[in-house]
Design a protein around this ligand. Sequence first.
Ligand code: SF4
Length: 395
Amino acid sequence: MHDQNEAADIAIINTCGFIFDAKQESVDTILQFAREKKNGRLKKLFVMGCLSERYKNDLVKEIPEVDAFYGVNDLEQIILELGNQYYPLLHANRDLTTGHYAFLKIAEGCNRQCSFCAIPLIRGKHISRPPEEIIREAEKLVDEGTKEIILISQDLTYYGMEQGGSSRLPELVEALSGIPGLDWLRLHYAYPAKFPMALPDIMNSRDNICNYLDIPFQHISDPVLKSMRRGIDQKQTYQLIDTIRQKVPGIALRTSLMVGYPAETNEDFEELKAFVKSVKFERLGVFTYSHEEDTHAYRLNDSIPEEIKQSRMQEIMDLQESISLSLNQSKIGQTIKVLIDRREGDFLVGRSEFDSPEVDNEVLITHADDVMPGTFRQVKISGASAYDLSGIIVK
Ligand code: SF4
């Protein structure tokens, strides 16, 4: 990307090809830069990433302004195209755009078979990065000042499982949390089926592992879960949530849900609402089903009209808004540790360990001078809205 007022020699667009909305946004961006090239404001235009991997043949025909399309494993070729050479040893040398926190990918690809999901088609089979390599990268990040490391992959739970046996995520998390100077370690996208039960024990025993887990459940109705091929049923889901909450008291659970899956009946949807009401997830995202070619679900009839999908999504969002508001109001009067992310005018904006950057709640801090982003402060909470807290620094 580049500033719209400046000309650039080369633009590289990294795309997403996961669901309809993401594809649309990627195509719009490519077209916007294709116009720049046509107008002579850009010399070369390259496209990389998932959309390019999935639809390369169509894109080559449809958008001839693009000089070359690269797939998800073509980093070496892109660097060659730019006149340089790929050095795998430099992989861990990162220029962070995120400041004091960093996402750390522990695996690529996915071996699950969720019926609605195109990711395994695009990213291929699950390949775990060697633990030594991940730990080296994490140590380097911490040495360079990173305060918070956020572990990601398509499926954290599957870490090491492609080599046979059970998940090696608990060992990896334990080793990473032992890195001196790492303040926060956060876990995103842990698939619920075959969840490693040693993990909550480790989370509870280490102060620097955030009391936070992103665990996408997608649905709760048994027929829908079965059709989705999620490998977990309703009873197991409720049990898993209870166990995690017992083992890690006070944990903030984040989940993602999907509405409008083919043939999701009113009863299925009522079960989903009852699930949201009874579990009271601390954080929750909801998406509408997107009918993606070549997935298992593509053979089903995308039978739920778009208006119903949207209204079901809105109902879940409304429910969650009131849950989130009352959970936030219960924090008023408490003093919590906050990582300062940025300054906005007279405010500082930060997060507690219960919130991930970009997707979760924030803490707005008033009357705060001389506090640098990337530092921790104790904040006394004095106000709450559905998705934010506010307070003042007490230490
Ligand atoms: S776990 Fe399921 S939803 Fe997640 S990437 Fe793999 S197939 Fe897709």
